[in-house]
Design a protein around this ligand. Structure first.
Ligand SMILES: O=C(O)/C=C/C(=O)CC(=O)CC(=O)O
Ligand SMILES: [Ca+2]
Ligand SMILES: [Mg+2]
Length: 439
């Protein structure tokens, strides 16, 4: 556990989201530096290639591709022992006054890029409160939580190629919408989504060498197969979803855009913030089958928030505050269940947590729940503005981090943000791989 301020980077105080405890990985570039691997520390990024002699010498199994590539896939594909010794090596050198400051690039001068080439993307549905709330709204109180839900982490395979980086503008989708809200027999019409929504999620990147087919990952192996976590907004078109989801689940309502934050935070960084078993949901009624039983409920105390900034507002107003530990199924259980049938897991695969809603209505992770399918208005601070679903020009900002533990550095995730553009708007590639902006 790192409790000191690195002498060569005085900005990395214990209160800084990129304290010495964090050391998240990302892909950055500047006017002079092509996209490459960096580690955030205080107000700077460590340019790993710049200290490659030191790292390659001391970290067994590390290669130059791992620390100088346009994605983190090579580093992710290494065994967890390599990521752990890289972290230990960085921590050791950053703790000395002799750390070479010539390798530090100011955060204000960098452009961030997609952290990895995502081979496959899966999204879970692991908050009991979210599943219950959506179930009540889509299927009624009696069928809210399906009979399988407490036995396995429900999920669906999403679309990897439309996972974009924070900052991407999201064009309001067009699709099929039910003509009558209450009577599906009247059929559908084509038009712009009217019930545009966000979903507050986190997601993890699979790490370690690719698993061969028919080789399920066990609970004992799971932590060594999780490279790190990011924030995620799973943009959702609720009216498209309502009409299309029967019986195979989400399709076009969630395949047009999903955005993630650029810095990947390791489980080692989160370790001091592991949630007490008593702080998480109890899994005893029913107890999970043995292959997904976690002896110590493994989750993390990560505070999460969602804010919305309308076009006429000067800053985003908070609409929800939740916590990662609200999830019923944890990341290890999600990974193990995903592979139980023999599904091969690859470094760079992205697994979304599902919308993170808590019990309190101020902790709901989607507008669908916050406005209870349009029956309530959500106030945007004291601006006088209210919302049910998202309007064109609205920017959604999600933030997350761990902190406030005596003597332990903060571990922040930064933010994931995105603006809604009017249906039919054109976008072009923005600054940074994985970013799309209004044309
Ligand atoms: O039909 C339903 O119950 C709704 C499913 C979802 O909205 C899927 C989803 O994205 C899961 C999640 O984020 O928790
Ligand atoms: Ca989702
Ligand atoms: Mg999505």
């Amino acid at each position: 556990m790192s409790t000191i301020v690195p002498p060569a980077v005085p900005s990395a105080t214990l209160d800084h989201q990129f304290s010495l405890q964090n050391l998240p990985y990302g892909i950055f570039s500047t006017a002079e530096i092509q996209p490459t691997v960096g580690v955030a520390i205080g107000d700077f990024v460590v340019h790993l290639k710049n200290i490659s002699d030191l790292l390659l010498n001391e970290v067994e199994g590390l290669t130059i591709e791992d620390i100088d590539s346009a994605t983190l896939n090579s580093l992710m594909s290494k065994p967890s022992t390599t990521w752990k010794s890289l972290r230990a090596c960085l921590t050791k050198h950053l703790s000395t006054p002799a750390f070479p400051t010539s390798s530090l690039v100011p955060l204000t001068s960098v452009t961030m890029h997609m952290p990895a080439k995502i081979g496959d993307y899966t999204d879970f549905y692991s908050s009991r409160e979210h599943a219950t709330n959506v179930g009540i709204m889509f299927r009624g109180v009696d069928n809210a939580l399906q009979p399988n839900w407490l036995h396995l982490p429900v999920g669906y395979h999403g679309r990897a190629s439309s996972v974009y980086l924070s900052g991407t503008d999201v064009v309001r989708p067009r699709g099929q919408l039910q003509i009558s809200k209450d009577d599906p027999k009247q059929g559908s019409q084509h038009g712009p989504c009217k019930l545009m929504d966000f979903e507050l999620e986190m997601a993890f990147f699979v790490g370690g060498p690719p698993s061969p087919p028919a080789t399920p990952i066990t609970m004992a192996e799971a932590e060594d197969r999780i490279f790190g976590l990011v924030l995620m907004n799973d943009w959702s078109a609720r009216d498209i979803q309502k009409w299309e989801y029967v019986p195979l689940g989400p399709f076009g309502a969630k395949n047009f855009a999903t955005t993630i934050s650029p810095w990947v935070v390791s489980l080692a960084a989160l370790e001091p913030y592991r949630a007490e078993t008593s702080a998480g949901p109890v899994q005893t009624n029913p107890s999970p089958l043995e292959y997904i039983t976690d002896p110590n409920y493994s989750s993390y105390d990560i505070a999460l928030s969602v804010s919305i900034q309308g076009p006429s507002m000067s800053s985003p107003a908070p609409v929800s505050r939740s916590n990662f530990r609200n999830l019923y199924w944890n990341v290890k259980q999600q990974l193990v269940h995903h592979s139980v049938t023999g599904c091969n897991m690859q470094p760079g695969d992205l697994l979304g947590s599902g919308t993170i809603s808590g019990q309190d209505e101020t902790s709901y992770g989607s507008m669908l729940e916050l406005c209870w399918k349009g029956t309530k208005e959500v106030k945007l601070g004291d601006t006088g503005e209210v919302r049910k679903f998202l309007r064109d020009g609205d920017t959604v900002v999600m933030e997350g981090g761990c902190g406030g533990k005596e003597g332990v550095g903060r571990v922040g995730f930064g933010e994931v943000r995105g603006k809604i553009l009017e249906a039919g708007s054109k976008v072009v590639k923005g600054e940074g791989e994985g970013v799309w902006k209004q044309a």
